[in-house]
Design a protein around this ligand. Structure first.
Ligand code: ADP
Ligand code: MG
Length: 705
């Protein structure tokens, strides 16, 4: 693969994005002013200017070689969906013109009937339609088959129900903005700009040579290996992490980054990850909605470019058993242009007060809605990773860092003397603590850690859309801030001064919710015990345990009162996610059976037949070969078939009381049986001659680049 010339960033940056500057260059002044206002306020596109905008957008796209346009939307699965249409429009006289009217920006009708809707559209007998989300700019995606104008859209039912992940994300930002504004006003600010949430997502992935991947039905169909003996050398030496990036991978990364820069995606860091064959790409943080769209584009570009460079890019959370899996750390903060980052401690006492209020609201949120955070990251694939001593446990807690934890601890008990001695902080009622930022203070075993001026949700899976986690974070913060403003308001009207009111409310937060703050080792057995038994936190090890949280009344209340999801929308999400979980485990189980019967068992038979032939002909010569190996292979082959038989029988069960029971069956019956087949099969791999083994090995896949 020839190395593409490295272009100067300034020359290619956002050249494929119909952003504000592209609009300014192509729209009449009045129209530009109007659309800019719409974008800034996050409002719907004004139909009276839609035609003008559409024409400018089309001309811009055609000048860049686009023949098609696509409404891009984000269904409830973690995928990106596209409906492509040509600009071409046949005329009555047999000629054609290129047409792209404003109405396709305002509203398009994809044939979305095959996208999961969790019963919504059956209930309302309505089609889904898409409409441009003006806060996310249109762009051109270049592929080998030509260029397409892509329009990021919301996907809703005719009756207005959200069928995607974008609508609830936009609503969650609005709810958070409203509640945050109320709090900021109480803190004494008159000028409060729109509060937005920001996200910077770190994406981990594996690269495997495409020649190997094509011989592994499990990688092709399930995205992970269902069989495979651990290599003699795994990641024990830690020599891959931050090691030199292999040249072929570097060329791939450069190609990915060039494409991302043209799309206006600020890819910033890249490095090897812990496991062999594992890498990371992290863009600079952006407004949550744009960051989420960009994250989806990053996943698309990674997969597409990998193919071009002879790789397969695996985004699965656990492609290889026994080797570190992949996560997607979601760095999250909230802020606006008038008060700045509200999760930044700042330098002045006033900024500190504001920070403590917002941080306290987050603590309350994680305590009240930790199970919901767990549900937001619940997928069949992420279950392999959580709690496996490489990723945070399935118990949600908050890591604050030593200093901040101490501050909150003291707010809780109301003792001020100790800290005064250290001269760091003063918790007297009229002076709030002065905090020094300590970004180096990291705890990698926490699912949700404060990292200086943001929180890092570390338990999110590598294949997930970041929208789900962001929706939950924004929504629970909205709820907490709303509670906070009511309590603060109560204290202030009771005659308390602002600092006293803040300390009183924060003390209450810590007394009620402080149990969720934990600075120790999240991987340890002691924590798992203490969290559940002493602190009353939920440990939801599998998706089957976590998803039913969506059906709890307090969760329904949360989404309803914040206006983020109606009951119908929430229920549909439970149905879709549960169905996805069940489907992916059942597909994997079928694959295990197929591969065991048609690849692994036959390999054992072939090997045995050669072995027995050799044993027989040697015995004719009066020589005896040690038959131990033959016996071991026979026993293991039998064990594989026996476990496969059990799994096949288990898969035949179809009568379940409800979806919850079906999920639990997948988690507690099917999964262990799949492991049972695998155990004997992997042992076989260690017994059979390499030349007979039908699947590329871990060693080959992970170490050959
Ligand atoms: P690390 O690997 O140490 O966690 P990285 O540099 O790989 O850190 O990634 C950190 C991510 O956090 C980046 O995407 C960065 O842009 C993002 N980030 C930094 N500040 C903020 C913030 N205030 N809000 C949200 N994300 C942020
Ligand atoms: Mg990182």
């Amino acid at each position: 693969m020839p190395v593409e010339p490295v272009e100067r960033l300034e020359n290619i940056w956002a050249e494929n994005v119909f952003d504000l500057s592209a609009m300014q260059a192509s729209l009449p002044k009045a129209v530009f002013k109007s659309i800019k206002k719409t974008i800034m306020a996050g409002e719907k596109l004004d139909p009276s200017i839609a035609d003008t905008v559409a024409t400018a957008m089309r001309d811009w796209a055609i000048a860049k070689g686009a023949l098609y346009y696509a409404h891009v939307f984000y269904p409830m699965t973690n995928l990106t969906a596209e409906k492509h249409d040509g600009f071409i429009s046949p005329q009555g006289d047999g000629s054609v013109i290129s047409e792209f009217a404003g109405k396709v920006l305002v509203q398009g009708e994809p044939d979305g009937s095959s996208f999961p809707n969790g019963g919504i559209r059956d209930t309302f007998e309505a089609r889904g339609y898409t409409a441009w989300d003006v806060t996310s700019p249109a762009y051109i995606m270049e592929t080998d088959n030509g260029s397409t104008l892509c329009i990021p859209t919301v996907f809703v039912s005719w009756t207005g129900e959200a069928l995607d992940k974008k609508v609830p994300l936009l609503r969650s930002i609005a709810a958070m903005d409203k509640a945050a504004t109320k709090v900021l006003k109480l803190l004494g600010y008159d000028d409060v700009a729109h509060v937005n949430s920001s996200c910077g997502a770190e994406q981990e992935y594996f690269l495997i040579d495409a020649n190997f991947a094509s011989q592994r039905p499990d990688l092709l169909l399930a995205g992970r290996t269902l069989f495979g003996k651990a290599p003699a050398k795994g990641q024990q030496f830690d020599d891959h992490y931050f090691g030199a990036i292999p040249e072929r991978v570097q060329v791939f990364m450069q190609d990915v980054e060039n494409t991302l820069y043209k799309l206006g995606i600020p890819a910033k860091t890249r490095h090897n990850e812990v496991a062999p064959g594992q890498f990371e790409i992290a863009p600079y943080f952006e407004a949550a909605n744009v960051a989420s769209d960009h994250q989806q584009m990053i996943m698309t570009v990674l997969k597409h470019k990998a193919k071009k460079h002879g790789f397969v890019c695996l985004l699965h959370e656990k492609p290889f058993a026994g080797i570190n899996g992949s996560g997607k750390h979601v760095n999250w903060s909230v802020g606006n242009s008038t008060q700045g980052n509200l999760l930044d401690p700042g330098d002045s006492p006033h900024e500190n007060a504001q920070f403590l209020v917002f941080c306290g609201a987050v603590i309350r949120g994680v305590h009240k809605y930790g199970p919901l955070m767990r549900a937001a990251i619940a997928t069949a694939s992420n279950d392999h990773r959580l709690g496996a001593n490489e990723a945070p446990p399935a118990i949600m807690s908050v890591y604050l860092g030593t200093q901040l934890e101490e501050v909150f601890e003291q707010i809780k008990t109301g003792t001020v003397t100790e800290s005064k001695q250290k001269g760091v902080m003063d918790l007297g009622v009229d002076v709030l603590p002065t905090l020094t930022k300590d970004a180096g203070d990291r705890n990698r075993t926490s699912p949700f850690a404060f990292t200086g001026n943001r929180f890092e949700f570390r338990a999110v899976g590598s294949s997930q859309s970041v929208s789900g986690p962001l929706i939950v974070l924004n929504t629970m913060l909205a709820d907490s801030l709303d509670w906070m403003s009511n309590r603060l308001d109560g204290e202030l009207s009771g005659g308390a001064d602002l600092n006293t009111a803040i300390l009183t409310v924060l003390k209450e937060v810590m007394q009620e919710h402080g149990a969720v703050v934990f600075g120790g080792n999240g991987y340890s057995e002691e924590w798992h015990k203490m969290a559940v038994e002493e602190r009353g936190l939920a440990n939801l090890p599998t998706t089957a345990d976590a998803l039913p949280v969506l059906k709890e009344e307090y969760i329904e209340d949360l989404f309803q009162k914040t206006g983020v999801l109606t009951s119908v929308e929430l229920e549909s999400r439970f149905e879709v996610y549960a169905e996805q979980y069940i489907l992916s485990i059942e597909v994997e189980a079928k694959l295990v059976i197929d591969m065991a019967k048609t690849q692994i068992y036959p390999a054992a038979i072939d090997y045995l037949s050669q072995l027995s032939e050799t044993i027989a002909s040697l015995s004719n010569l009066g020589v005896t070969l040690n038959q131990g190996s033959a016996e071991t292979v026979v026993n293991l082959a039998n064990a594989v078939m026996e476990a496969t038989g059990k799994l096949s029988t288990a898969l035949e069960k179809h009568d379940f009381a409800d979806t919850e029971a079906h999920m639990m069956y997948c988690a507690t019956t099917l999964r262990p049986l799949m492991d049972e087949v695998r155990e004997s099969a992997d042992a076989l791999e260690g017994e059979i001659a390499d030349s007979f083994w039908p699947l590329p090995t871990y060693q080959e896949m992970l170490f050959i680049k």
